[in-house]
Design a protein around this ligand. Structure first.
Ligand code: NAD
Length: 302
């Protein structure tokens, strides 16, 4: 039997429509819309395309969006001054600095200079701490883990009491999603195991998982025989394994593969996310949700 597909492409549309409706209600009542600034340093093509997509999405949902492009040789001092300016700007609710930054700039210093109440990426140590505490303390869960949890909720997967196994312990995916799944609350209350490069028997742990979340960045790391029949499999991995010519545009595009052997796994799992079209589209969507939340916190309407 083939697993139910959990499609980020569809869930994204639902959430963006909900955000658009809420933005217009807030605008009508308070005369304000969420403001998002994206700071781009230099002209890295991948960064330009990420920023463009973020700005286009912000525009689509009715935000006030600012793209602030800075030259590659901007000094750290000037970049910090720019962040200080947006920290004070009342029309801006979310500040996003596109990474990577050039080598002469201390990335950590820059990210830590963002006002935690405008840190819609959720990477500031204050927001990491808030996430750890959980409950009402959480303001901005980091976007990819928040997207994963939202997909699990909207797919109707039972999490309370479930065995969740997370493959990977990065600060942007593995650690935060593990932390979110163990909190007492909606889409959580699970028993969580994190496995990583130091784990002795990866297969043993994966086989126990009712919900298997894989964020390792290794194509086909998870074998079909590691999947418990009926499990929910969330494949976060995005691995470029080659190139092909797009049928739509005729241009060269990357062939992407997840961390799970999808074709075989979908015959065993109960539900599964594909790559591409699974977790990927959720990250920018949750960035929009965090920016909306930021304005709502400010207006006291949560
Ligand atoms: P990372 O390299 O920072 O972390 C990978 C983690 O996986 C590490 O903690 C490592 O211990 C673990 N790992 C690696 N190989 C392993 C192995 N053989 N056995 C057990 N554990 C292993 O990566 P990341 O930033 O967390 O990203 C992981 C993957 O998710 C990447 O493919 C990345 O492109 C993708 N990703 C996708 C999105 C999205 O779709 N929106 C967002 C973030 C990351």
């Amino acid at each position: 039997m083939s697993a139910k597909l959990i499609l980020g492409t569809e869930i994204r549309e639902e959430i963006l429509e909900e955000i658009t409706a809420e933005v217009s209600q807030i605008k009508a009542k308070y005369g304000k819309v969420p403001g998002l600034v994206t700071i781009l340093v230099g002209e890295n093509p991948a960064s330009i395309s990420y920023v463009t997509l973020k700005i286009q999405t912000a525009h689509r949902v009715g935000f006030h969006e600012v793209q602030d492009s800075q030259p590659i040789d901007i000094s750290e001092e000037d970049l910090l001054a720019l962040i200080a300016k947006y920290n004070k700007d009342d029309s801006i609710n979310g500040i996003l600095v596109q990474l990577p930054l050039p080598k002469h700039i201390d990335e950590k210093k820059v990210l830590n200079a963002i006002d935690p109440d405008k840190d819609v990426d959720g990477f500031h140590p204050v927001n990491v701490g808030r996430l750890m505490i959980g409950g009402d303390e959480v303001k901005f869960p980091p976007c990819t883990p928040a997207g994963i949890q939202e997909m699990i909720i909207r797919a109707g997967v039972k999490t309370s009491g479930a065995e969740v196994v997370v493959v990977g312990r990065s600060n942007i995916v593995g650690k935060p999603i593990a932390n979110m799944m163990l909190q007492k609350g909606k889409g959580a209350n699970a028993t969580v195991t994190i496995v990583h490069t130091g784990t002795k028997d990866l297969a043993f742990h994966c086989k126990r998982a009712d919900i298997l979340i894989v964020a390792a960045g290794v194509p086909d790391l998870v074998k079909p025989e590691w999947i418990k029949p009926g499990a929910c499999v969330i494949d976060v991995g995005v691995n470029r394994v080659g190139e092909k010519i797009s049928e739509k545009t005729g241009k060269k595009i990357a062939i992407l593969k997840g961390d799970v052997d999808f074709e075989a796994a979908k015959e065993i799992a109960g539900s599964i996310t594909p790559v591409p079209g699974g977790v990927g589209p959720m990250t920018i969507t949750m960035l929009m949700l965090n920016t909306l939340k930021s304005l709502k916190f400010k207006l006291g309407i949560n």
